[in-house]
Ligand binder design. Structure first.
Ligand code: KG4
Ligand code: ZN
Length: 354
C-alpha cells in the first residue's frame, strides 16, 4: 500500500521502451468474475470474464449467495489467466483497480478483499472504483473515444442514468431511473413471457422476427425536459397484455418483444439526445449491458446522426461487466495519487448524486 498521496512514478518496467502504467482491474460486483490488464487506461493486454449465467439461469435471476460462492472459486484462476494472457511479468504491475460498489455486498467483498491482499503482497498501490464510472470509461478502451465533455447513457441491469462527463473522474448525474433499470425491464419481461434469464439477449433475438409497430406499448417520458426514467409502466403494460391474451400471446412473442424493445429504445434515445442538446455536446457515449442490443446500437447511431451528434458505443465485449473498464477508470485515480487504504469497505448503493 502506498503511504503518501503523491502522484505515482511511471513504471520502470516500460513496454516497448516507453514509460507506461500497467493496471490490473478486478470486477466482481454481480455475476461475472473478471480480471484484465490494461496499459495507460486505454490498451487492453488481456481481459478475462467468467460468467455465472448457467448457475443463476434456473432461478430466473441472480442468487446473491450463489454468486459470492462462485466468485470465491473463480477469482484466483481468473486473475492468473489475465496475467498470463497479458504476457507481462507480475513485477511490471503498477497498481490494482477493483470495483468497490455499487453491487451485491457478498460478491463485491470477494474482489475487494482479494485486491487488498494482492496489492499488499505485491507492495503496489490499489484503488476501489465506482462500477458505473467504469462503464462510462469503457469508451476509452476503443480507438475513437469521445472528446470531453460528453453526455453518457448508462443502461445496465442495475442502473439507468444520464450523466454529463467532464473528465474521466468528474461525472455529473443529469437523471436516472426512478424504478426499474432498462436491463431489469428486459429481464422481467423475459421472465413473464417464460423466456428465462438473462432476458436482454433473448428478447433481442426474438424481436428480430417481430413487427415493432404491431402492439402499441406506452412510452414513459415523465417530464420531457428532464432526464429521469421510469420503466415499470412498460413492464406492467406487457404483463397486462399477456393476461388479456392468455390463450394467444405465445404465438405473438416476436411482436410483443419487438414492441417492448422499441418502446424502451424510443425513450432512451429521446432522453440522451435531448441531454446532449441541452449541454451543447456533439458526442454521446452509450454504455452498459443493454448497449449490446443491436437494435439500440443501430437506432442510437441513426438518431444521433440526424442531430449531428456522434454516438460512441463500445464493442460488445466491453458493454457487459468486465474488468478492463475498471482498470481504465482506476488508472486515472492511481495516476493522480488517489489510493485506497486497508480500512476501506465496499458499498452496495450509490450514496447521493453520482
Ligand atoms: O452492465 P451489465 O452486464 O451488468 C450490470 O451492471 O447490471 O448489464 C446486464 C444487463 C442485463 O439486464 C441484461 O439483460 C442486459 O444487460 N442485456 C441486454 C442485452 N444484453 C445484455 N439487454 C438488451 N439487449 C441485449 N442484447
Ligand atoms: Zn455493470
Amino acid at each position: 500500500m502506498r503511504k503518501n498521496q503523491q502522484p505515482l512514478a511511471y513504471s520502470l518496467n516500460s513496454l516497448n521502451g516507453s514509460e507506461v502504467m500497467i493496471i490490473l482491474g478486478i470486477e466482481t460486483s454481480c455475476d461475472e468474475t473478471a480480471a484484465a490488464v490494461v496499459v495507460d487506461g486505454t490498451k487492453i493486454l488481456s481481459s478475462v470474464v467468467s460468467s455465472q449465467t448457467d448457475i443463476h439461469h434456473p432461478y430466473g435471476g441472480v442468487v446473491p449467495e450463489l454468486a459470492s460462492r462462485k466468485h470465491i472459486e473463480s477469482i484466483v484462476p481468473v486473475v492468473k489467466e489475465a496475467i498470463s494472457k497479458s504476457g507481462i511479468d507480475l513485477k511490471q504491475l503498477d497498481g490494482i483497480a477493483v470495483t468497490q460498489g455499487p453491487g451485491l455486498i457478498g460478491s463485491l467483498l470477494v474482489g475487494f478483499s482479494f485486491a487488498k491482499a494482492y496489492a499488499f503482497a505485491l507492495d503496489i498501490p490499489w484503488v476501489g472504483v465506482n462500477h458505473l464510472d467504469g462503464h462510462i470509461n469503457s469508451v476509452f478502451l476503443e480507438s475513437d473515444p469521445p472528446p470531453f465533455p460528453f453526455v453518457a447513457l448508462l443502461a445496465s441491469g442495475g442502473h439507468t442514468s444520464i450523466t454529463h462527463v467532464v473528465s474521466h473522474t468528474e461525472i455529473e448525474l443529469m437523471g436516472q431511473t426512478r424504478d426499474d433499470a432498462a436491463g431489469e425491464a428486459f429481464d422481467k419481461v423475459a421472465k413473464l413471457l417464460g423466456l428465462g434469464y438473462p432476458g436482454g439477449i433473448v428478447i433481442e433475438r426474438l424481436a428480430k422476427d417481430g413487427d415493432p409497430g404491431k402492439i402499441d406499448f406506452p412510452r414513459t417520458y415523465l417530464d420531457k425536459s428532464e432526464f429521469d426514467f421510469s420503466f415499470s409502466g412498460i413492464k406492467t403494460a406487457v404483463s397486462r397484455y399477456v393476461k388479456i391474451h392468455e390463450d394467444s400471446y405465445k404465438q405473438q412473442i416476436p411482436d410483443i418483444t419487438a414492441g417492448f424493445q422499441e418502446s424502451v429504445i424510443d425513450v432512451l434515445s429521446y432522453k440522451v439526445i435531448n441531454a446532449a442538446l441541452q449541454k451543447s455536446c456533439d458526442h454521446i457515449a452509450v454504455v452498459g449491458g443493454v448497449a449490446a442490443n443491436s437494435r439500440l446500437r443501430e437506432r442510437l447511431k441513426q438518431d444521433a446522426g440526424e442531430r449531428r451528434i456522434t454516438a460512441h458505443i463500445p464493442s460488445l465485449h466491453l458493454c457487459g461487466d468486465n474488468a478492463a473498464m475498471i482498470a481504465a477508470i482506476g488508472y486515472h485515480y492511481l495516476k493522480d495519487g488517489k489510493v485506497s487504504g486497508m480500512n476501506d469497505d465496499v458499498f452496495s448503493r450509490v450514496k447521493t448524486g453520482w
